[in-house]
Write a protein that binds this ligand. Structure first.
Ligand SMILES: *[C@@H]1O[C@H](CO)[C@@H](O)[C@H](O)[C@H]1NC(C)=O
Ligand SMILES: *[C@@H]1O[C@H](CO)[C@@H](O)[C@H](O)[C@H]1NC(C)=O
Ligand SMILES: *[C@@H]1O[C@H](CO)[C@@H](O)[C@H](O)[C@H]1NC(C)=O
Ligand SMILES: *[C@@H]1O[C@H](CO)[C@@H](O)[C@H](O)[C@H]1NC(C)=O
Ligand SMILES: *[C@@H]1O[C@H](CO)[C@@H](O)[C@H](O)[C@H]1NC(C)=O
Ligand SMILES: *[C@@H]1O[C@H](CO)[C@@H](O)[C@H](O)[C@H]1NC(C)=O
Ligand SMILES: *[C@@H]1O[C@H](CO)[C@@H](O)[C@H](O)[C@H]1NC(C)=O
Ligand SMILES: *[C@@H]1O[C@H](CO)[C@@H](O)[C@H](O)[C@H]1NC(C)=O
Ligand SMILES: *[C@@H]1O[C@H](CO)[C@@H](O)[C@H](O)[C@H]1NC(C)=O
Length: 649
């Protein structure tokens, strides 16, 4: 981005420079970079026409008066600056962006303050990483009526007072992450009517009792110690779109403004769900709300009434403490498309929905949910009623659980059997991507995915999984990517149907020695057969595949060098074999690197195989000959014996 701007500026410069030479223009846009030049002071003979000056990454300690009337951007970041003389900026009438991050401006606060107060047209100021205290910052921010962006990352702020921004009320973006702020006085941010982006991540904030910033669109409170987030009910429209409360100590869902624009809510790495049930959590959150706002009379469900109006499309609840799925709360989010519920402790998703007032079972749905991540939850059971509620689901990640897929439901009884402990995937008609890696699946039944339109399926690391014939029935025409690696499967366990759109196949880390010939149906582009027991591959199959194949991983097998016509075919065509140099093959008397062999196949095989064939052939003929003689002899002697015996009888 910067580089891009830089080259644009250069281009602009060279154009105007030409104009200048032909005498058409007087003021030349120009820039100069002294980045990382071991400078101990500002160079003296600077071109007065400069618009951008980069002095970052040097050892400059003091800044005295600069006379650069056209200068707009000054970068002094990463120096040792601790003294800016009072009049340093007086002749920088056009300065708009100043970067003094990574210096020592906690020294000489009086003088530096006067210098910084003299540039009221500044639009962007970066004073990060200067060890600044509350008082120093308050001084530095005076007389900044044009300031639009302010960065104060990594200082020593502890308390934000209502005086802090009183002379910089035009601020649109404020970043004060990585300080030690534990108190924000009322009236600090409220008067900043343009404020859209506020980053307070990595501080010590514990309670957000009364969120009032209806102008803010982006609020980052990640990595504080926030225990609850509460907004009083009012009729103002809040512009909040992105709220990050991740890595805190939340026990409950936040109570958001009644009328809001929230689209992205980050709640990962908190303690939500640690309380027993969803009902308990909801009632405690509401009780807390009433306590905070001192409202004793009305006992309505504030949490849910707020959530119902939230246009959320993304929520991250990973790494919380849920032991049951908060069905009712989440089903209020009618626009929700992505739900990350990974790394909780669900075990079971049951359908405990309370009946409505008239005693009817309510039909809850997740009508927009497309992406559901349930990885690493110890899941054993998922109610079919829950799956039916996912009417738009496209991607389902169940990696690292213990679910056993059911065979497809009996066609004649469409009634869902609620008693089964297996999981019925066959009804998810919109499902495209299913990850069942690491579930300890025992057996893949026929028709497991019937009626879905799966595009990708991951069955990796279900060691000892069996696949019955027909288990991919119904998806063989849609499947484009199939992963069946790390299963310890032998070729006789693996039966694949003809899959006419399959482009990626991963069968690595198994015990396969034969490639299913049904793959000739598939327009494979990528195949991984690493770490199996292949000694050779079907030459005519790979000749056919080689037209499209452009990536094939083969190492970790024990190939016969002298039976590798398939390899020469692939090598000659355009096939990419990224790990061919890690592949070994054997000849009659040694193991050699595949690449070595490919350099000159005839040296290793032609002679050896012929000699071996003759030698081997002779042995076989001799053995056969001896065997025939012996058999004839035995039959003959037995006959003699028998006839003798019958003589006796
Ligand atoms: C200031 O410079 C630092 C690098 O020294 C950079 O990371 C930061 O983004 C700059 N600040 C602004 C507002 O561009
Ligand atoms: C504020 O900045 C203006 C120039 O933009 C200057 O004239 C004025 O003296 C400054 N005020 C203070 C208190 O420094
Ligand atoms: C919030 O800040 C944290 C810490 O700097 C960062 O990792 C995270 O990406 C930010 N969140 C959003 C939504 O930008
Ligand atoms: C869900 O969260 C986990 C853990 O934080 C992360 O690894 C994963 O990428 C997330 N998934 C999505 C879809 O954001
Ligand atoms: C989950 O369900 C199984 C059987 O349906 C049951 O044995 C187990 O106790 C349940 N686990 C939890 C945590 O409810
Ligand atoms: C489910 O199990 C219960 C008892 O465990 C039984 O009464 C009921 O008939 C079963 N329902 C079905 C549909 O199999
Ligand atoms: C699968 O095979 C590998 C190598 O043969 C072995 O190390 C691993 O223990 C096997 N896995 C299981 C679950 O048996
Ligand atoms: C195939 O699966 C294995 C895990 O078993 C993984 O390490 C490998 O990267 C996958 N291959 C490709 C091409 O993605
Ligand atoms: C090799 O693959 C072809 C399909 O391309 C198949 O007809 C043939 O039976 C296969 N040969 C062996 C030995 O599996």
């Amino acid at each position: 981005m910067v580089r891009h701007m830089f080259s644009n500026l250069l281009l602009l410069w060279s154009i105007s420079h030409d104009l200048y030479i032909t005498g058409l223009t007087y003021h030349v846009p120009k820039e100069k970079s002294w980045n990382n030049q071991n400078l101990f002071s500002v160079p003296l003979d600077l071109d007065v026409r400069l618009r951008r000056l980069d002095l970052s990454n040097n050892f400059i300690r003091q800044l005295h008066t600069l006379a650069l009337p056209y200068l707009e951007q000054l970068d002094l970041s990463s120096n040792q600056l601790d003294l800016i003389s009072e009049g340093a900026f007086e002749n920088l009438a056009r300065l708009e962006e100043l970067n003094v991050s990574r210096n020592v401006l906690s020294n000489n606060v009086g003088s530096n303050g006067k210098a910084l107060q003299s540039i009221s047209r500044l639009k962007s100021l970066d004073i990060s990483m200067n060890g600044l205290s509350d008082d120093a910052v308050e001084l530095y921010l005076r007389n900044k009526s044009s300031l639009d962006q302010l960065k104060m990352t990594g200082n020593a702020l502890t308390r934000l007072s209502h005086n802090l921004f009183k002379e910089s009320k035009g601020l649109r973006a404020i970043t004060i992450d990585d300080n030690q702020i534990s108190v924000i006085e009322q009236g600090t941010f409220e008067p900043l009517s343009q404020l859209e982006t506020l980053n307070l991540a990595k501080n010590n904030l514990a309670h957000i009792c009364d969120f009032k910033l209806h102008q803010v669109k982006y609020l980052n409170l990640s990595q504080n110690s926030v225990e609850f987030f509460v907004t009083r009910e009012d009729d103002q429209l809040y512009r909040l779109e992105i709220l990050d409360l991740s890595h805190n100590k939340l026990l409950y869902f936040p109570i958001v403004p009644k009328m809001n624009n929230l689209k992205y809510l980050h709640l990962q790495n908190n303690l939500v769900g640690a309380l027993n049930s969803e009902a308990t959590m909801v009632s405690e959150a509401n009780a807390l709300y009433h306590e905070i706002i001192n409202e004793k009379t009305v006992r309505k469900n504030n949490l849910h009434s707020r959530w119902r109006l939230m246009p959320l499309i993304y929520i991250d609840l990973s790494y919380n403490h849920f032991r049951s799925f908060p069905l009712e709360t989440l089903s209020h989010l009618l626009s929700l498309e992505t739900l990350n519920f990974s790394y909780n402790c669900l075990q079971n998703i049951t359908w405990n929905v309370r009946n409505d007032e008239s005693g009817y079972r309510r039909q809850l749905l997740f009508p927009s949910l497309k992406y559901l991540d349930l990885q690493s939850n110890g899941l054993v059971y998922i109610s079919p009623l829950f799956l039916t509620a996912l009417t738009q689901i496209e991607t389902l990640n169940l990696q690292d659980n213990s679910v056993q897929p059911c065979a497809s439901m009996d066609q004649s009884t469409p009634q869902i059997n609620l008693n089964t402990s297996c999981v019925v995937f066959g009804q998810l008609m919109t499902l495209k991507h299913l990850n069942l890696k690491e579930n300890n699946i025992k057996m893949l039944q026929p028709n497991t995915f019937l009626k879905t339109s799966l595009v990708s399926l991951n069955l990796a690391r279900n060691s000892h999984m069996g696949m019955q014939v027909g288990s991919l029935e119904g998806v063989q025409k849609t499947l484009q990517s199939l992963i069946i690696s790390e299963i310890n499967m032998t070729s006789s366990d693996l039966s694949l149907p003809c899959m006419p759109v399959l482009t990626q196949l991963n069968v690595s880390n198994n015990c396969l020695d034969v490639i299913p010939s049904t793959l000739s149906c598939s327009p494979l582009r990528e195949i991984d057969i690493r770490n199996n027991h292949f000694a050779s591959l079907n030459h005519s199959l790979f000749l056919a595949l080689s037209v499209r194949l452009n990536l094939m991983y083969i190492s970790g097998n024990y190939f016969n060098c002298c039976d590798s016509k398939w390899l020469t075919t692939l090598h000659e065509v355009k096939g990419q074999l990224p790990d061919v140099s890690d592949t070994v093959c054997f000849t009659s008397d040694s193991n050699i690197a595949m690449t070595e062999y490919l350099k000159n196949p005839s040296v290793y095989c032609l002679f050896h195989t012929k000699a071996q064939e003759i030698h081997f052939g002779t042995v076989i003929i001799i053995v056969l000959f001896v065997a025939v003689i012996l058999t004839v002899f035995i039959i003959f002697t037995r006959k003699v014996c028998c006839t003798q015996r019958s003589f006796i009888v």
